[in-house]
Ligand binder design. Structure first.
Ligand SMILES: [Zn+2]
Length: 192
């Protein structure tokens, strides 16, 4: 059991397990992204719902591009493994716009954002300012936050200066394993 009394993740089969990445995944994903000032839009194939579709592993099953982006960025998959957009923009693959959450969260989000009303009647179209000012839906305490580019660069700078991975992890309150993947440039490979 974990400290908060929940079963260890390994004891619960994950409904949407993390995509199995190959060595070419980062290049294939980040090479097909159009960055705007806000969202990073997947420029490859999209399904009818607007989600980007990519093979996480060449020859493997097709999966949603934002899940691959989340995995490549060192995002931790917890719960049922669902990865949601905090920007509400299906083709977006920007890691800090993604967070893990349950299907329950997703439904709650839709209700909260009035997404049952479509098009111009939706809450987002009517009141975009109220979304821009929303505090982040989750934080470090969920254990499933992704990182911003600035944080990634700060981690690498500290590590390159000689600070140990575990010291950095403790200092910024993030999981050591995720910090290690970032510091050793196994994730976030599109950044220096
Ligand atoms: Zn976005």
């Amino acid at each position: 059991m974990t400290v908060d009394g929940k079963p260890e993740p390994s004891q619960v089969p994950m409904r949407y397990p993390p995509p199995e990445l190959d060595e070419t995944a980062a290049q294939r994903l980040w090479g097909k992204v159009t960055k705007t000032a806000d969202c990073w839009i997947w420029a490859g194939y999209r399904n009818q719902a607007g989600y980007g579709i990519i093979q996480a592993r060449l020859g493997g099953p097709r999966t949603r591009a934002h899940r691959v982006a989340y995995a490549l960025s060192g995002g931790v998959f917890t719960g049922d493994g669902l990865i949601r957009h905090r920007c509400d923009n299906p083709p977006c693959v920007r890691p800090d716009h993604l967070l893990c959450g349950t299907i329950g969260d997703n439904v709650a989000d839709m209700v909260e954002r009035d997404r049952q009303a479509s098009g111009d009647r939706s809450g987002y179209r009517k009141h975009p300012e109220s979304y821009l000012n929303r505090p982040p839906v989750q934080g470090v305490k969920h254990g499933c936050a992704t990182f911003t580019e600035a944080e990634v660069l700060a981690i690498r700078a500290a590590h390159d200066r000689g600070e140990s991975q575990s010291s950095i992890a403790r200092r910024i309150g993030r999981p050591r394993r995720t910090v290690a993947l970032i510091a050793s440039r196994k994730t976030w490979r599109h950044l220096p």
